[in-house]
Ligand binder design. Structure first.
Ligand code: CA
Length: 343
């Protein structure tokens, strides 16, 4: 009887352990999938390098510095796409504050609107009058009567045949429908060129954000399933997964996305190319200035690998001198010939 209880207890502990381990692993994997969804969201809204820099004027950050920065060209411009024609009540343009009045290119700025991004109508000309931003002078404040300014695109442009830079802190737009909400915030933006000061601006999504690449993931998985069938993987097993991939709309977009990624994982693991006994992970060196990846990423405190002269390896050297030679060979000469992602 005692033995019986002991066996039950051991099995219960094992079940608890394996359940906890499985949940732990899954949460890590899902966190990675969610991070990829966030990157997708950022990229899907802004595909161009100029657009990524242009987001700096609709990122909600107002600090008197430049939010975007074009190259020095004739007639540089910046614009935001409100994604549909909106009844615009007010436009606020926040200038950089590290330029004295009279020296700032934006003092001659014109404001234009468009419904299609091609035909533009001018609605304001600063004509050399300086405007401020996050200071006592305040931003350029353009208020309109209802029905006067309806537009999808708002463009700011410096009219100049001589090459000039264009840079601002922030642009806010308010509509008659939502008078208290900045409708330009994180909307797709563009600008005429990028400069050495341009940067990729990324929106940090809230965890409850509901936009996930469900359809895109579905499409990719079905293509990959077709590829696996071509590679001779059991068609019945693939068909069952394909059925699951096609079944969407029952859960929230986030749950659907994670469910699809889980199915994708199953498919990837069915790839006949994954037929090997050992798998070597090699961290690529991404540093430009200090290429000694061993000291930076595998310090003496980590095992195995790391600094040859660490106490750990000094001890090991006396035990197995050849192991050091093998490690050095691995670091210096053996690199994967190709590293194509499987999915
Ligand atoms: Ca900004």
């Amino acid at each position: 009887m005692n033995n019986y209880r002991y066996v039950i207890a051991v099995f219960a502990l094992l079940a608890l352990y394996t359940t906890a381990a499985a949940e732990f692993d899954r949460s890590l994997i899902e966190a990675d999938w969610l991070q990829q969804a966030q990157s997708w969201r950022n990229l899907s809204r802004t595909q161009t390098a100029t657009g990524q820099d242009a987001l700096g004027a609709v990122d909600g950050v107002k600090d008197g510095k430049f939010g975007f920065h074009t190259e020095r060209t004739a007639n540089p411009w910046w614009q935001v796409d409100l994604e549909k024609v909106m009844p615009i009540a007010k436009i606020l343009v926040y200038n950089r504050l590290d330029y004295a009045p009279g020296l700032h290119n934006a003092d001659t700025m014109k404001v234009l609107i468009s419904n299609d991004g091609e035909q533009w109508t001018q609605i304001h000309d600063c004509a050399g009058k300086h405007f401020g931003g996050m200071n006592d002078l305040g931003p350029l404040n353009l208020s309109f009567e209802k029905g006067k300014v309806n537009a999808r695109f708002v463009r700011l442009q410096i009219p100049s045949t001589a090459p000039v830079y264009f840079h601002l802190d922030e642009v806010e737009i308010f509509s008659f429908d939502q008078p208290d909400q900045n409708i330009a915030l994180w909307m797709p933006a563009e600008q005429s060129s990028k400069s050495q000061w341009s940067m990729n601006k990324h929106r940090v999504l809230e965890t409850d954000e509901t936009l996930f690449p469900v359809e895109e993931t579905q499409e990719r998985l079905l293509k990959f399933a077709a590829y696996l069938k071509e590679q001779g993987v059991d068609a019945t097993k693939i068909a069952a997964i394909e059925k699951d991939i096609a079944r969407t709309g029952e859960k929230s977009p986030k749950e659907e996305y994670l469910r699809l990624r889980q199915l994708g994982r199953q498919l990837v693991l069915m790839n006949p190319l994954l037929d090997f006994d050992r798998l070597l992970f090699v961290k690529r060196n991404t540093q430009l200035s200090y290429p000694d990846i061993c000291l930076n990423h595998m310090p003496w405190v980590s095992r195995p690998g790391g600094d040859d002269e660490s106490p750990h390896f000094q001890r090991r050297r006396t035990v197995d001198a050849n192991s050091r030679l093998r490690r050095k060979a691995l670091w210096r000469h053996e690199r994967p010939r190709s590293a194509q992602p499987l999915l």
